[in-house]
Design a protein around this ligand. Structure first.
Ligand code: HEC
Ligand code: HEC
Ligand code: HEC
Ligand code: HEC
Ligand code: HEC
Length: 206
């Protein structure tokens, strides 16, 4: 009998038992200390991502909310739930909840949320349909090749973007179809930010 599969399984088991930063893996979906569901909160109740992940627009890390944020609602909502009682106990004891990190880049790679989110990228572009997830899963590979593919594609698309101030396709159509008497006021053009995602090594390896 070939014993290779056995070694493979043993190696996988070892990997699985490691709680360190091996989590940089597509499909990684660790169990969490509290059964928090994005499908309930961000999906069913449509709570805005940035209500809880306040750092996303202005700092490197989107961050995970403090338990006190949970208690904004759960001091009244579902107080009879054992899961909620765990959250309440943590707040009372002043202990943070030890959420298991899902996405993590190696230390030698630099990534900041701020520039990506203010460039207009949706969370879901990189994290998948989180609002449908009962437990968060890493959907994208988050490898260097993945980062670079979007950077190159974005840079290439920017070249073909019309200069700001020029009418956009929809506005042009509206203007061309309006009779001179009922002149259409074109919507004020949004100041467009020229996106230039870096592809040089030092941008991501500082
Ligand atoms: C009510 C608060 C709340 C809302 C709203 C919320 N989240 Fe979260 N999010 C959390 C908590 C708590 C965790 C940590 C536990 C977990 O992973 O489920 C988390 C974890 C995550 C993670 C994984 C972080 C890691 O460890 O890598 C991602 C990605 C994420 N949220 C994205 C989103 C997106 C996208 C939305 C909106 C569609 C959203 N969240 C809405 C509270 C929230
Ligand atoms: C804006 C209000 C709001 C915030 C903030 C909020 N939740 Fe909730 N949560 C709800 C609502 C509403 C429900 C559904 C209650 C129901 O099923 O009746 C819920 C359900 C839950 C449940 C399922 C409870 C059960 O036993 O069915 C858990 C667990 C939970 N929330 C944890 C959290 C955690 C952890 C946080 C903080 C990271 C949080 N919630 C923040 C409103 C909120
Ligand atoms: C361009 C891709 C991209 C976009 C867009 C993005 N993220 Fe992330 N996110 C990442 C990467 C990569 C990591 C891992 C970062 C690390 O390890 O330093 C991450 C990590 C996280 C984490 C874990 C803790 C942290 O802050 O590092 C949370 C929570 C999170 N993202 C939430 C969000 C939310 C909410 C949005 C939208 C407002 C969002 N992300 C938009 C790529 C993205
Ligand atoms: C879906 C597209 C997309 C993905 C995926 C993506 N980026 Fe970007 N990135 C952008 C855009 C767009 C900008 C340009 C923002 C600007 O010009 O202001 C940018 C800018 C940057 C910058 C320069 C601004 C800053 O934050 O310092 C760095 C560094 C960067 N990205 C790193 C990464 C890394 C590392 C990854 C992978 C983990 C990644 N990006 C994945 C689209 C992406
Ligand atoms: C847009 C961001 C980005 C740019 C630009 C970039 N890298 Fe990376 N690089 C990453 C990320 C993220 C990782 C970690 C994930 C991985 O290993 O794929 C990484 C990993 C690496 C690794 C470790 C690979 C491994 O197997 O452990 C090396 C070496 C590396 N990069 C070299 C370079 C060199 C050389 C350049 C310039 C030609 C460069 N990188 C440009 C984001 C970037």
């Amino acid at each position: 009998m070939n014993c290779r599969p056995f070694y493979l399984l043993a190696a996988l088991a070892l990997l699985g038992s490691c709680s360190g930063p091996v989590s940089n893996q597509q499909g990684y979906m660790p169990e969490q200390p509290i059964a928090f569901s994005h499908a309930i909160h961000a999906g069913h109740y449509e709570i805005d991502c940035q209500y809880c992940h306040v750092g996303a627009e202005r700092s490197r890390h989107a961050g995970v909310p403090a338990s006190s944020v949970c208690m904004n609602c759960h001091s009244r909502v579902k107080t009879d739930s054992p899961e909620i009682q765990k959250v309440a106990a943590a707040v009372q004891q002043g202990k943070p909840i030890e959420w298991v990190r899902v996405h993590r880049l190696p230390d030698h790679a630099f990534f900041s949320h701020a520039n990506h989110v203010t460039a207009g990228l949706k969370c879901q572009t990189c994290h998948g349909p989180v609002e449908q997830m009962v437990r968060v899963e890493q959907v994208e590979p988050m490898t260097m090749g993945w980062c670079l593919e979007c950077h190159r594609k974005t840079a290439a698309e920017q070249v073909s973007v019309a200069p700001s101030g020029a009418p956009r396709a929809g506005e042009l159509l509206a203007v061309s179809m309006a009779s001179p008497a009922t002149e259409v006021e074109p919507a004020p053009a949004k100041p467009q930010r020229i996106l230039s995602p870096p592809t040089d090594c030092s941008a991501c390896h500082r």
